[in-house]
Design a protein around this ligand. Sequence first.
Ligand code: SF4
Ligand code: SF4
Length: 299
Amino acid sequence: MADRSRKANLDDRRRKQSAEQNSNLKSLIRQFCLDRGADLVGFAPVERWDEAGEVPPDFRPRAIWPPARTIIVMGMEMPLPIVETTPSILHKELYDTSNRELDQLAYNLTRYLNRMGHASFFFPRDGYGSLKALRENNLAAFSHVMAGKYAGLGTIGASHNLLTPEFGPRVRLVSVFTSASLPPDPTIAEELCIQCAACARCCPKKAISMRKDRLIADYDKTACLEMHEELTARRCYPCGICSKVCPVGQDRLLYKQKGIVNKYLREAEALAKNPDDPEYKSWSHLRKYGISKPKNTKD
Ligand code: SF4
Ligand code: SF4
């Protein structure tokens, strides 16, 4: 009897020690990411994919890499004033820079964890090599958006983007898979999407169609891909207008851009009537240089 109670005490102490070590490791990882430029960091146990059942089995972390126990998702801000200029050379350069930074961060975190004895693996921020590859099969092998949701960074909006409290959808993501079992972050229970339909109304390809019966809109991937093909030809990808116009995100307070959605909603029509419309002059100016003009544009 005394032996059994001693063993139970020992097991309990070991469990507490292990929980403490995992919590310390989580703090170290968070700090590592923040020190190297991440704006957001979240931790998702791989079981969340199975519990939610939203992601097809082959696309879940354990199917991709069986030793995975935790997915660490990192996000970097896409500053709103640059996103507002899309399509522009500024926006393209921001996209390329954030991609490089995210991949570098994920690569460094993977090696940091490996050095500590926690086998790790990372999935780069984009899961495709070319738009031709997307034409053939318009799907990534792993979704950072769903990983972001399960790691508590945000909720999925009508536009299919991850909406975060900090930056709305103006954030880029990357994920590290690790064999370490780390304490999970809570998911966000309340939907952040207010179903304002600005994303659907401003999409130049009408790729987003709001639905009455559910929050997530219908999304025409091929129409969106066409937009990316056009912009890639002009060297000013990606589109990102649905990210620009989304009213969600505290970044709007910082940039004093709350309540600007009506300006976005009027933009396409106003510029079609008058490309020099003074209300949009600064964005039009930045779109005029460094990229080629759309087809059918008169000089
Ligand atoms: S623009 Fe409006 S409807 Fe679209 S994702 Fe953002 S909050 Fe939701
Ligand atoms: S990225 Fe552009 S084309 Fe694609 S859904 Fe968003 S607004 Fe539409």
